[in-house]
Design a protein around this ligand. Structure first.
Ligand SMILES: Cc1ncc(COP(=O)(O)O)c(C=O)c1O
Length: 382
């Protein structure tokens, strides 16, 4: 299964085979790394038979990764980036050139900063809406010249859930492109393109990389058309291209993605239940818990609730900071999606203006044994 991907295959099979195959020249089963920045051209100066010209425009390792990501998301094509932020900016820029852009109230703070600080410099009109509220979305979409609506679900920091199918219908009726940041769910737990999104954005730094050892991003499109071309052009013009080595690492991580994500989600559910019963915890934000406001929608549109959760420490900020100093397995660091569990005081990461409660801690649950993770948190909470 090389350039061709057969959507009849299950996710696990696509994760192992899509975009890769035995190298016909050497018989190598494992993919090679092609660090070359440039490629042989035809005598007339045109791009050679490999289809690759200059590394910034794409190379064999980004190409393999793009085929695999498109197959996993059920898309027509993908563009790999040097980071999730670069991928999101490419989508925002493509939207801003067409009209008004709407971003969520709650999302990764870097996405919101791009919309707040960068888009207006390009003369773009930007609005923010609570994408967990359908009425608010409908109202926001009614403004003229809206070209793009971005959602992130589950979203930073409280794991808010937006109804992709319902928002997809609203967008389709108005000819608005719906882009979904699927970083927290991954294509293993949620398929935004099947639910009505036209674009999916990933920080592949997170679960897709899965080992906290690279930065990367990707945009996957439902259709091959103009939006994907624009996103691709943005990457080339901005030089936001991923290295061959990082793409190779991502390709290497893909076969285990379904198994990592499902196991990590199971561990997170276990921890959410533990925290929900703990007297030192004021609130647990995890879409798998029945009292989470997005639980019903998440149960409908996700095949698992993910491995990210947030909780509020009843005794306040100092006690919360104390928890992050006391865990032995949860490492105090920002980011998510790696095999190792992380704990972070989100307000410190996002800054004093973020509005994130000072007693809120965010967990990225890893692949350690869940009994050990629960014991670690129990000891840290005292
Ligand atoms: C949901 C989400 N989207 C996008 C990004 C940005 O990704 P990157 O750090 O790879 O630029 C992040 C980073 O934390 C994220 O959590």
């Amino acid at each position: 299964m090389d350039d061709e991907t057969d959507s009849e295959y299950h996710l696990e099979t696509l994760a192992v085979h899509a975009g890769r195959g035995v190298d016909p020249a050497t018989g190598a089963v494992a993919p090679a790394i092609y660090p070359s920045s440039t490629f042989l051209r035809r005598p007339d100066g045109g791009v050679g038979p490999s289809g690759f010209g200059y590394g910034r425009e794409g190379h064999p390792n980004s190409h393999s990764l793009e085929i695999a990501l498109a197959a996993l998301e059920g898309g027509a094509g993908a563009v790999a980036f040097a980071s999730g932020s670069a991928a999101m900016l490419a989508v925002l820029e493509s939207g801003a050139r067409r009209g008004r852009v709407i971003v969520p109230e709650a999302a990764y703070h870097g996405t919101l900063a791009q919309a707040r600080e960068l888009l207006p410099r390009w003369g773009a009109q930007v609005a923010r809406v609570d994408t967990t509220c359908l009425q608010a979305v409908e109202q926001a979409l009614s403004a003229d010249r809206t070209a793009l609506l971005v959602v992130e679900t589950p979203a930073n920091p409280a794991l808010g859930i937006s109804d992709l199918a319902a928002i997809g219908e609203l967008c389709e009726a108005r000819g608005v492109m719906l882009a979904c940041d699927n970083t927290f769910a991954t294509p293993i737990l949620q398929k935004p393109l099947a639910l009505g999104a036209g674009l999916v954005v990933h920080s592949t730094t997170k679960y897709i990389g899965g080992h906290s050892d690279l930065l990367g991003g990707a945009v996957v499109a439902a259709d091959p058309g103009k939006w994907l071309d624009d996103v691709d052009r943005f990457r080339t013009r901005a030089g936001a291209s991923p290295s061959a080595f990082d793409c190779w690492l991502l390709t290497r991580s893909l076969p285990t993605l379904p198994w990592r994500v499902r196991a990590q989600s199971e561990h997170a559910a276990r921890i959410a239940n533990f925290l929900a019963d703990h007297p030192g915890v004021a609130e647990v934000m995890y879409p798998g818990l029945e009292d989470h406001p997005g639980h019903a929608v998440a149960a409908r549109q996700m095949s698992g609730f993910g491995a990210m959760l947030a909780f509020r420490v009843a005794a306040g900020r100092r006690a919360a900071m104390g928890v992050t100093e006391s865990t032995r397995l949860f490492t105090r660091a920002t980011s998510l999606g790696g095999v190792e569990s992380l704990i972070e005081h989100r307000a410190s990461v996002e800054g004093p203006d973020s509005g994130i409660p000072e007693d809120l801690l965010r967990l990225s649950v890893g692949l350690e044994h869940p009994d050990d993770l629960v014991a670690d948190l129990a000891a840290a909470l005292g």
